[in-house]
Design a protein around this ligand. Structure first.
Ligand SMILES: NCCCC(=O)O
Length: 815
């Protein structure tokens, strides 16, 4: 037996598919001093009872790409290692059994093609030809993904482990992690049942135990265990080994072939959490008691689809607990709490589909110090303070599990764990008809129902019930004045004698501007991509106030903390909970302010892109003259105890101007019209400021060093490969949601990063990157094309725009 190591470059905790895949890829990348420890035997946690479907369809291009990487790896792994994997590319079928599901599937097919994933739409009869055992009497249509497949979870893990060893990694079974040592803010030692291993990097791939392993060292891994059942039948006549996998989401079930029989499982609307009070000791290679009563609901649905199940012999009803997460996405990346501590966990019953690709990108992330491409949907930094509480996490996770196969409605909000984080104005706004959405636990008004209007969301792929309300708020912002409660913004202070130098190094924006100025300050990665989309206000020569999006609270704080030069005197603090934010927007905003303050709020006294502390209705308010909706306005950052007083004063003073409340859905329609980009969709780590049309915000004059500068200088000298552009459609009934495929002169050139409606221009609006990776492009190329959008397989003509659709001369804002 190999000698147990006392040190290693990387220690991976957990010998399931993710741990072995990470070890395999790290070793292949040259990290041969990688040690994987498994407390029992490889696969003994939950990998051994995974169903093994490998589907690739996701709503995000990069996650689809990651799953495609799994397929690529599985295709060659057996040949490389000599160990069988059970991989077969038998394709995947997906059924639609009602009109709205069919709309969803058609939109997905459009998206899949944009992302380079083959997905064909079939008639019910064509689907049945591929899957002859199914009843198609209720099927409206189907989709077929020929490159999907299935694998044997234990075999593929064994094969990855062999591949890891062949490349130099070492694997130790029967080795339990018992603790960690931390020095200087880094993890330095993994304590194990066989002795300590000094290391530089730890990767927590402990499956459903990953939360406990993280907790040993203060790292929060927000996942919980849920019972997941599937049935395995004896042989069934007509089940052939090339039978595609089948997903029947309207009946909540999935199928795959196994030894001439079927595996059938699904996602019940009433999932059962497991290990709520803690894990049993030594739960290795163990299953839970089969729960036939609970499975019956799925069985009944399945019998309607596959009548042969009536008479099929049942080998086993497998009940295996697996880890699930609050948003149904897995968790990768470096923990914000601890340098050198990475996580690869929470695979929501699609660990086999993700395992190959997830291990690959995690290894690349560790080696490169940043993800190889934008992985925000699965990055551990997407979580926030709400995810610290395991009961909240469990409630939301059970909801996510129950919705695994339900239609993913546009704009759908979660129901569980609410309300949690509330602005001081929550009750006031609710009393005035606010319909709230939720982000990182924050309740945020999406729209306001008028007296007598139904104050709830009714989801559809068509025109939703809140359209008129949003149009009212939109118009009031354009023509009068509105108040938006944006208290959920993340807010940071950076203080210290070197604050300017420190921020100048991490920001591509000019941080040397005078006290009182407001600067748009993108922060870039080494590739020149936009990691953080921040507004920075200079409070003094030694202090900055930094405002970030609600959802970016953890990520942006982490980015700043990790990249601000350590040697400089600059201290970062999260002050989000100190300030409420009311955005007062519209042509009458100044008139409202003037009634409440003696401070100068004239255009000359308080110009655009500046901040001042003013006394407003008796409150010391930090007022930021800026806008995300394209109108004259101020963001009022108010110490929380004054928030209600200021709000009441604004509403009273604004009454003569018809002041209204407005919500986040109006912000969306307004910003689309004005051509302001949404971080996370229109801009992000894979897009440079040049590609996004944000070159004006970057300080490339002079030689001041900042992260991303070298990449940008190189890119400035080369042709652009893609360019963000706006698109309008003349037919107002077309619903743009984002991800619609973009055609230029009949050629597929991209997809929409966001979509919606502009109530002032009266047209659907979308934004998307026009891509020409081979030859490059310029503005003239973008503007000269004839464009169409594929909206759920229907081509609609679109006009292209590079200038804002509303107020391109900024007359409204600078007034
Ligand atoms: N482990 C079940 C996977 C189901 C699905 O891929 O849809």
């Amino acid at each position: 037996m190999a000698e147990f190591p006392t040190q290693a470059q990387v220690v991976i905790v957990g010998g399931g598919i993710i741990g072995t895949s990470t070890a395999y890829h790290l070793a292949k990348l040259g990290y041969k001093d990688t040690v994987l420890i498994e407390r029992h035997k490889l696969t003994s946690g939950s990998t051994f009872h995974a169903a093994g479907l490998v589907g690739q369809l996701r709503s995000n291009a990069n996650i689809t790409q990651l799953l495609g990487e799994s397929v690529k790896i599985y295709q060659t792994l057996e040949q490389e290692t000599g160990l069988a994997t059970g991989w077969k590319m038998n394709g995947g079928l997906r059924l639609a059994c009602n009109a709205e599901r069919w709309t969803e599937v058609k939109r997905q097919a459009t998206t899949a093609r944009s992302f380079g994933l083959e997905m064909h739409l079939l008639t019910p009869r064509e689907a049945q030809e591929l899957w002859p055992l199914m009843d198609i009497s209720d099927v409206v249509g189907a989709a077929f993904l020929p490159t999907d497949g299935q694998a044997n979870p234990s075999d593929i893990t064994g094969s990855l482990a062999k591949g890891a060893r062949m490349n130099g990694a070492r694997i130790f079974e029967d080795t339990e992690v018992t603790g960690f040592k931390v020095e200087g803010g880094r993890v330095t030692v993994v304590e194990t049942s066989r002795g300590p291993i000094a290391c530089e990097i730890v990767v927590n791939c402990a499956g459903q135990w990953a939360r406990e392993v993280g907790a040993m060292v203060g790292v929060n891994v927000p996942l919980v265990s849920v019972e997941h059942q599937y049935m395995v039948t004896e042989r069934i006549a007509g089940v052939t080994s090339n039978l595609p996998t089948l997903r029947d989401p309207d009946r909540l079930t999935y199928y795959k072939e196994e030894v001439g029989g079927l595996v059938m499982g699904g996602y019940e609307p009433n999932p059962i959490p497991w290990a709520v009070g803690g894990f049993p000791e030594k739960f290795n290679f163990q299953l839970l008691q089969s729960n036939f009563d609970h499975f019956e609901q799925l069985m009944e649905l399945a019998l309607g689809r596959v009548p042969a199940l009536q008479t099929a012999g049942i080998k086993q009803l497998i009940n295996g607990p697996e880890s699930f997460t609050p948003d149904g996405n897995f968790i990768l990346g470096q923990a914000p709490e601890l340098t050198g501590f990475y996580v690869g966990a929470g695979f929501n019953a699609f660990g086999i589909a993700s395992g190959g690709g997830a291990g690959k990108v995690l290894a690349e992330w560790i080696v490169g110090g940043e993800p190889p491409y934008d992985l925000s949907p699965v990055d551990i930094l997407r979580f926030g303070r709400n995810h610290q509480d395991v009961n909240w996490v469990r409630a939301r996770t059970l909801e996510a599990y129950s919705k695994h196969y339900t239609i993913a409605w546009p704009h759908e909000e979660h129901k569980s764990g609410r309300p949690l984080r509330r602005s001081p104005l929550y009750d006031r706004l609710k009393a005035q008809g606010a319909v709230f959405g939720e982000k990182l636990g924050w309740e945020r008004p999406n729209w306001f129902a008028a007296e007598g209007e139904d104050a709830s969301d009714h989801y559809t792929f068509g025109r939703p019930n809140w359209t008129d309300a949003v149009a009212r708020e939109h118009q009031a912002t354009r023509e009068g004045v509105t108040v938006f409660d944006q208290t959920s913004f993340a807010k940071f202070m950076l203080i210290g004698k070197d604050a300017e130098a420190a921020l100048s190094f991490v920001s591509a924006g000019d941080m040397t501007r005078p006290v009182g100025s407001l600067t748009y300050a993108p922060m870039l990665n080494a590739r020149g991509g936009i990691e953080c989309d921040l507004t920075v206000g200079r409070l003094s020569t030694t202090a900055y106030y930094i405002v970030a999006g609600t959802g970016a609270a953890t990520k942006d704080f982490d980015w700043l903390k990790r990249h601000l030069p350590q040697a400089l005197d600059a201290h970062l603090m999260d002050v989000s909970s100190m300030y409420s934010v009311l955005s007062l927007m519209g042509p009458n905003a100044r008139k409202v302010l003037e009634k409440l303050t003696r401070d100068d709020v004239s255009n000359a006294g308080f110009p655009f892109a500046t901040l001042r502390t003013i006394n407003l209705a008796g409150a010391p308010v930090m007022a930021l003259r800026l806008t995300f909706v394209g109108e004259l306005g101020w963001e009022l950052h108010i110490p929380v105890e004054f928030a209600a007083t200021v709000y009441d004063a604004l509403m009273a003073a604004g009454a003569e101007f018809g002041i209204r409340n407005a919500g986040y859905r109006a912000i969306e329609t307004l910003r689309l019209e004005k051509g302001y980009w949404a971080s996370g969709s229109d801009i992000g780590p894979d897009h440079t400021p040049f590609e996004s049309g944000l070159g004006w915000a970057i300080k490339l004059d002079g030689h001041a060093p900042f992260i991303g500068r070298e990449a940008l200088e190189q890119k400035r000298a080369a042709p652009l490969r893609k360019r963000l552009a706006g698109f309008t459609v003349d037919d107002p009934s077309v619903v743009l949601l984002g991800r619609e495929t973009l055609y230029r002169d009949g050629e597929r050139v991209g997809w929409l990063s966001s979509g919606g409606f502009g109530h002032t221009i009266g047209k659907p609006i979308g934004y998307g990157y026009v891509r020409q990776p081979e030859t490059g492009l310029d503005d003239a190329f973008v503007l000269s094309g004839h464009y169409e959008l594929d909206v759920g397989t229907v081509r609609v003509p679109a006009k292209v725009h590079l200038a804002p659709l509303y107020d391109p001369d900024m007359k409204k804002i600078l007034a």
